[in-house]
Design a protein around this ligand. Structure first.
Ligand SMILES: Nc1ncnc2c1ncn2[C@@H]1O[C@H](COP(=O)(O)OP(=O)(O)OP(=O)(O)O)[C@@H](O)[C@H]1O
Ligand SMILES: [Mg+2]
Length: 423
């Protein structure tokens, strides 16, 4: 038996506070457990002079219905506006349903309509009036408590769940919510009970270290809530305008690479392919490819091995698509000093996070070997100062020791692949 579900997709038109219906997405679920999505822009939307494509390559403007079979029938640029692991848990909690009972369309329709980028969803042709209600910093303690209760599977009162909702359509696995503070919107990342160290403070220090390396990083600050820290990241996909917030389109690297989260797609998880995609997406492809190279070097130097394609994205600015500022940079203290892998292919030797691999395909990023070496040297010089920098950011000595193995391990400096049996 097959069934079909659908959602309207709305867009907040760039440079305006005006949200309009733009497309209809129908998803058929087939008897064999697969899904086919049918996506079509609306005629009225297509008639607009200011109509824009959600994804200029995979969803060009046009009257033809387009079919999608990957990602359970959801086009990547649409899925990027929907919730991820954390937001899904909040929705399951709210609906009192298990993940097995819900389809992708349910997650799109039941999330708060303020996800990443400028798209939102609804079951009616016209979008519901925006509530424009945001959490403030004084509510953080309640929000952290609610997030903890959800983690522990406890029931959370409806009014607190509603409070927690804004921002839960943002991707990622860690608990977070959107907070308004000083005419800016922030993504607040919360502590989790199971954390072995103060992750928010370590992430903050790592973002600032990356900034010192010349990498473009989202604005970040820490907010103390009782004895805990919340990491506040200024949302780069929002900008205050009189009476509301402008929204900018956001498309993840997962969509640029036309792949999914599953291990079956791992061969497309590649910085080299991402650099190729930036050549056609980015309004400044040369700058963005060098910027991407710096981020890879930084990730290798601090063992940020959770650098999966949802941790990279492009943003639609007034002038065109650009790589977003960097986010979600966390050092992981692995034990091995002989070999470390990033999540995506780095060069001719796969995912290995060593200098020889970083240099092996540097031309794909528009860099000569000499220029790439200079980039690496600059980043190594700054990352070498990490202990003092982390101390200055208030990371405790205990946490510094805990993560120390992440920084500049021996294998980072290898100039040649190490022959080892079985590789
Ligand atoms: N400053 C920001 N402005 C706008 N969007 C952001 C910002 N930082 C992160 N995002 C978006 O929110 C998502 C979740 O953020 P982040 O990756 O930091 O969370 P996480 O829970 O640590 O993720 P993961 O599951 O990868 O560990 C990102 O994938 C990105 O789409
Ligand atoms: Mg992430």
């Amino acid at each position: 038996m097959t069934s079909e579900r659908q959602t309207y997709v709305y867009i907040q038109l760039p440079g305006t506070l005006n949200t309009v219906p733009a497309a209809l997405l129908k998803v058929e679920s087939l008897a064999d457990g697969t899904f086919v999505g049918h996506f079509r822009y609306g005629d009225r939307y297509l008639e607009r002079k200011d109509a824009i494509a959600f994804d200029p390559f995979q969803l060009p403007l046009g009257t033809n219905a387009q079919e999608f079979t990957k990602l359970k029938g959801i086009p990547g640029a649409v899925r990027d506006a929907g919730p991820d692991a954390w937001g899904r848990r909040v929705i399951e909690h709210k609906l009192e349903r298990g993940s097995g009972d819900l389809e992708e369309i349910d997650y799109l329709l039941n999330g708060p309509q303020d996800g990443a980028g400028y798209l939102s969803f609804g079951s009616k042709l016209e979008p519901a009036a925006s509530k424009r209600r945001y959490n403030r910093t004084h509510q953080l303690a309640d929000l952290i408590a609610a997030a903890e209760a959800i983690e522990e599977g406890k029931r959370v009162p409806v009014q607190i769940l509603e409070q927690l909702e804004p921002g839960t359509s943002m991707g990622g696995a860690r608990p977070k919510a959107t907070i308004e503070d000083g005419n800016r919107l922030w993504l607040g990342k919360f502590p989790e009970k199971s954390d072995r160290y103060n992750l928010q403070r370590v992430e903050y220090a790592t973002l600032e270290l990356a900034r010192r390396c010349g990498i473009s990083v989202c604005n970040a600050r820490l907010q103390s809530v009782a004895k805990q820290d919340v990491l506040m990241l200024e949302r780069f996909d929002r900008e205050y305008a009189d009476g509301g917030y402008l929204r900018f389109g956001l498309v993840s690297a997962l969509t640029l690479l036309d792949c999914g989260d599953s291990h079956l797609d791992r061969e497309r998880w590649s910085y080299l392919l991402l650099a190729d995609q930036l050549r056609r997406w980015s309004e400044r492809p040369d700058e963005d490819r060098i910027e991407l190279f710096r981020r890879i070097v930084f990730n290798a130097a601090v063992t940020n091995n959770d650098d999966h394609p949802r941790n990279h994205a492009v943003l639609r600015t007034a002038r065109g698509w650009r790589l977003t500022p960097a986010y979600d940079l966390v050092p992981v203290p692995l034990v091995s000093l002989e070999r470390r892998d990033l999540a995506m292919t780095v060069g001719a030797y796969g995912r290995t996070a060593s200098i020889y691999n970083l240099l092996s395909q540097c031309d794909r990023f528009g860099l000569t070997a000499d220029a790439a070496r200079k980039e690496i040297e600059n980043i190594v010089a700054v990352v070498g100062t990490w202990r003092d920098h982390f101390r200055a950011c208030g990371v405790s000595d205990k946490d510094i020791e805990y993560i120390a193995q992440a920084f500049l391990p021996e294998c980072f400096f290898f100039e040649k692949p190490v022959e080892s049996p079985g590789r």
